[in-house]
Design a protein around this ligand. Sequence first.
Ligand code: FES
Ligand SMILES: [Fe+2]
Length: 398
Amino acid sequence: MIRDEQIRILKGLINHLDSKTNVDAGGIMKAPADTYTSQERFDREWDSFFLNHPQIIGMSGDLPKNNSFFTTEEFGKPILATRNDKGEYKAYANICSHRGVIVEGEKRGEKSRFSCPFHGWTYSNEGSLVGYPKSDQFGKIDKDCYGLKELPTLEKYGFLWVHPSEKGDINLNELLGSKLIEEFSSWNFEELVLGNEENYVTDMNWKLAIDTFGETYHFSVLHKDTLFQSFHGNCQMFDSFKRNGRLILCKRDIDEMRKLPEAEWNICTGSLPVYYLFPNIIFMPTNEGAFLVKEYPLENSPHKSVSQISFYFYPHVLEYVENQKRSGIEESPLEEQYVGFAEVIRDEDYVVAASSHKGLLSGSLDYLTYGKNEPALHHYHNTYREALGLQSLPLIEA
Ligand code: FES
Ligand SMILES: [Fe+2]
């Protein structure tokens, strides 16, 4: 992150701690309960935010080498993402041009040829049909017309975007805006190496999963024995960038860091930045790497969703850990720490989020209320509404 911005944010957190204040949205906001339960609202979201919107499907580290690939089908279109022989990131509809079967069934791996499990039609990682068995008996076809359908892609600042529609456009100026582009180019996310990925299926609306990342008001209660031990609850900074947001959570390490000269301050030592990238991504950079959380609805339902939580490490961190091990120094394994964080989200946040979904479904609540200290929730709920052409929720004095 840009140095001046790091210092501004860290000073803002310290100021909140010293004055016992928090970020203040200027009012509370009330959202109708059916934001999360209406099938009609959900259908519009699915169409606008998933079927017809650029998607971040991973990081550059998900395709670490030439001939790496991974597949995903969480937003309505099965996707095969590849890195070709020239190192370029490409994405295709993972659908066989013969009879429509999913071509590659593995989640990820390394190969340059993909063979359909039905009749063995084979495609290159450039999407072209390289062969089909018994061609003399099947009949002569123009192979150029039978490739995998290529989709628009973009790899930038360490993120992999794909547009589910062949004619879709991925315009970063529109998606991120110049301020966030400048900020992302000041990190080194393109270096990140994949550590692990977990999928958590939960009976809740996909937006409830995102909400759990939108405030730290709950830390001293829900996470009192876990995250609250390493974070100051209810102390945040928030900025928005077009439809995206950046919430800054305050780590307790800031108490020691602030005693050092400013030149030694670091945003990831004193805080956990939480980027919300419209419509369904939470990205949290750390000193060792980053978490990427992708939230998807499941089964075309407002009542079920899956969270894909991946974490990544910087190569120099992995090297340091290896060297420590070689020197016989036992440290708590990085992977375990990161898995532990993801498990807190699953076992604490998603449990209450599912409970909230149940409560909302019961019909006994007309509105949910987002506090003055929860500006990220204000921002992205109004963002969703604006994107669907719905009226903004007003700020109510409180
Ligand atoms: S459907 Fe793929 S080879 Fe026949
Ligand atoms: Fe939480």
